[in-house]
Every structure is written in C-alpha cells, then in structure tokens.
Design a binder for this molecule. Structure first.
Ligand code: UD1
Ligand code: CA
Length: 426
C-alpha cells in the first residue's frame, strides 16, 4: 500500500493586538512569565511539533516584538513575521498572513497571550484533528469562570455549532462553561474560503476568526470542538491580574516537578521558583523564598525563609541559606552556612565556611563588579564587610564589624579585625 503523503503543518501566532486591558506601554505578548515573554513560552512549546519556522502576526509594538524574535533561539529556522496594521480582529490577523501560509496543508493558530498550554495537550489535539479529518478543530476547555472567553455553543444533539464572544452572548450563553482556548487547527484552503465571508457585524466591529465555525457549517464542512485542555493551561492573559495568575500557575507546575524529585517546599503558594532551576533531593525550601532561573542547589540544603537566590548561583550540598539572605552570581561549596542577613554577590566560597549575621560582600565599586574569594572553613564574623576584589584564605577568622580589603594581608588561619581589618593573631 502506498504511504499517505505527510501533511505540511504551518503555525500562525497572533501577536498584533494592543492588549488594551494590560494598561501598559509594553506590547502584551512581551509581558514576561519569569524572565521569558509570553510569546517566548508559546514558541518554546511549539517546538514539540514538527513546525519549522512559525509565522507571527505583529502589529502593535511590531518593532519591539520583532526585536525579541530576532534574539530568541526558539525556532530552528527562525521565525517569520507579517505585519497587521491596523488591527481589525483575530480573523483579519489571519487574513493578512494568507500569503505566508500558501504552502501549508494544515494551519495551527495560536494566540500569543496563551502561554501555558502543555506540549502533551498540543500533541493530543493534533492527533485528534488528523484522526477525525475535519476541516477545523477548536481546542476547548472548561473554565468555571468563563468570563471574557468565547463560549462553545452546542445544539440539542451536543454538536458544536458556533463560538459566541462575551460581548455578543445572551444571558443563557454566558452561563456556558466550555470555552474557546483560541487554538485551532484548520485545513488551509477551507480556512481562507471561510475568512473571505467573515463580516465585522458584531459589538466590537471586528473580523472574528471565531465566525468561521458557523460559516463552515453552512458550507457543510465538518467542525469539531476538542475539550482536551485543562482550565489552568488554557488561561488567556488579557490583564495584569491574568498575568499574575498565569505566573502562579506556571510556578505551581514547576514546584510540582521539584516535589517529584524529593524536594520539600513547606508552603508552595508562598514560594517562587523559576523555570530551569535544579534542586537536589532532601533540600527544604522555607516560605517566602525567591529563586531565579539558572540557579542550582545541592542536596539536603535549607533555603529560606525569606531567601533570594539570583541567577548564576550554585549552592553546594548541605548548605544553609537562611532568612534575609541574598545570593547573587555566587558559588558556594559544600556545607556553607549563611543563616541570617547576608549578601553574597560575585562570591566564590569553598566548603564549610560560615557567615555571621550581617556579613556582606561589597562587590560593586560604582562601575565594575568584583569577586570575593573565601577559602575553606573560614569564619566570617558578624557584620564583616568584604570589599571586593578580596581573597580570604582557608581557616581565617574575621572579627565582628571588620572591613576586610585587598590590603588586609592575611595568611591561612590568621585572625583579622578592625576597620580596615588588620591581622591580630597569626
Ligand atoms: C479570543 C477569542 C475568544 C477566546 C479567547 C481565548 C476571538 C474573536 N475571540 O478572545 O473566543 O476565548 O481569545 O483567549 O478570536 N490579535 C491580533 N490582531 C487583532 C486582534 C487580536 O493579532 O486584530 C491577537 C492578540 O494580540 C492576541 C490574540 O490575537 O494575542 C487574541 O486576541 P484578544 O483580543 O486577546 O482576544 P480575546 O478577547 O481574548
Ligand atoms: Ca486574549
């Protein structure tokens, strides 16, 4: 039997809208979840499908959005853009991209303000679309609070017949909890045939992509709504409140992964852990802790409460980073203790060293950042200021309140004290 020729799938991300409800000068899709714009999250997830260079519709803040796309490594072959100006609705956004999609058999459409969809859901959606062979599949989910979403209208036989926008919905339609995620898979040819008939006769006067459902049904084309997404991965971000909710949902998902790897997080709802953080089993993270992307924490550590660990930091096994401690671009060895009120920036600390309360690195001279090196089994006294660049050899002890500078000539095991610190005991 001859092998079925494989279908060419193209992806179109809608990112031209103003995002009026964000009340912000930044284009909506560039608002970040952790350190990555929403649009970046969408592109990352899209990589799980065999789409080589997705197309992004830009418009409002196009220059800024393009600048972000130029420096994002998400797509193997780069990302194409098309300009939509003025922005006359989601249907119009797709119309302006017609030329870019001309070689595709199937088109995946994805709004750039939907950053939390999971790869597995996307794959399951594509599979279901291909198995059914319909002209369009709409990805839907149940939202207990469906306000603002397009409602999925089904007839008495439960067949999917239309999508109704919030502003155009009747009171009974507003009660429907199955909603449009804004993600669709279309047969390209039928998509553009339907779009040619979309009219802006609705409350907003826009060309709605959602109107294609009724148009296609009138043309006897098959449509389906696939209720495959969970409510929390289908959050559309329209406001600052939605953005905060999405950041929390993403963080909960990250913390779940750390739970599965044997990390104890005492109060997950009060803890913020970015993507791409490694934490070893047996480590306990106390509440009100903030850990940035790229941080690595060893096994059996204690972190927090009220700790901030910033990017580029590595913390060795069995270390303690306690309350009101900030670690920034620093490497701590095994069993390093900084239990209270410490700032370590650009520091390299060997095993078994201890920082008393209030010990800090002065790593910035107003122009440049400098490194502080702390040897093994060093005891840094309370309120010590380590003025970088400075090296503190193994086994040194610093007196409370001392200011250690590069002029403090220390050798292994010395005791230093004073302002500036001098050796008081060899
Ligand atoms: C849209 C859907 C709604 C769905 C919801 C899911 C329509 C008419 N409504 O509503 O059914 O439940 O998403 O989150 O499609 N955009 C453009 N150009 C435009 C207008 C919008 O590129 O002219 C982009 C926006 O930047 C955004 C996306 O399309 O990324 C969705 O637009 P938005 O205004 O947020 O639509 P919703 O009101 O959320
Ligand atoms: Ca939206």
């Amino acid at each position: 039997m001859a092998k079925k020729p494989s279908l060419k799938l193209d992806a179109l991300i809608l990112a031209a809208g103003k995002g009026t409800r964000m009340c912000s000068d930044l284009p909506k899709v560039l608002h970040t979840l952790w350190d990555r714009p929403m649009l970046g999250h969408v592109l990352d997830t899209l990589q799980s499908l065999d789409v080589h260079n997705p197309c992004v519709v830009v418009g409002h803040g196009a220059a800024e959005v393009k600048k972000f796309l130029d420096r994002t490594p998400s797509s193997r072959d780069g990302v194409r853009t098309v300009l939509q100006k003025p922005q006359k609705g989601t249907g119009h956004a797709v119309m302006v991209a017609e030329c870019e999609l001309k070689n595709a058999d199937e088109v995946l459409i994805w709004p750039g303000d939907m950053p939390l969809l999971k790869k597995e859901t996307l794959k399951a959606f594509l599979k279901e679309h291909r198995q059914s062979g319909v002209a369009v599949s709409v990805l839907t989910c149940r939202q207990q609070n469906s306000f603002g979403y397009g409602r999925i209208i089904r007839d008495t036989r439960c067949e999917f017949v239309a999508i109704r926008e919030e502003v155009d919905a009747s009171e009974s339609e507003k009660k429907i909890t199955e909603v449009n995620t804004g993600i669709y898979l279309f047969n390209r040819k039928t998509l553009f045939e339907a779009l040619a008939e979309v009219q802006p006769n609705n409350q907003k006067g826009e060309y709605y992509l959602t109107d294609t459902i009724e148009i296609l049904r009138a043309k006897d084309q098959s449509v389906q709504a696939c209720c495959l997404a969970s409510s929390d991965e289908a959050v559309g971000v329209n406001s600052q409140r939605d953005l905060a909710a999405a950041a929390r949902l993403l963080t909960d998902r990250i913390i779940d992964r750390h739970f599965a790897a044997g990390v104890t997080v005492i109060s997950p709802q009060d803890t913020w852990i970015a993507p791409h953080v490694k934490i070893g089993a047996g480590t306990v993270v106390y509440p009100w802790t903030w850990i940035d992307s790229g941080v690595s924490i060893g096994k059996n550590c204690q972190i927090g409460p009220f700790a901030k660990i910033r990017g580029g930091s590595k913390i060795g096994d069995e270390s303690i980073v306690g309350n009101f401690v900030e670690i920034n671009r620093s490497q701590l060895g095994k069993r390093v203790y900084a239990k209270h009120l410490t700032y370590l920036g650009d520091a390299i600390v060997k095993d078994f060293s201890n920082f008393g309360a209030g010990a800090i690195t002065a790593n910035f001279d107003g122009k440049n950042k400098h490194t502080t090196r702390v040897g093994r089994k060093v005891l840094v006294g309370s309120n010590t200021v380590m003025v970088a660049p400075v090296n503190i050899p193994d086994h040194v002890k610093t007196g409370a309140g001392s200011v250690v500078t590069k002029k403090t000539k220390m050798r292994k095991g010395d005791v230093v004290a004073g302002v500036p610190a001098k050796v008081i005991k060899k």
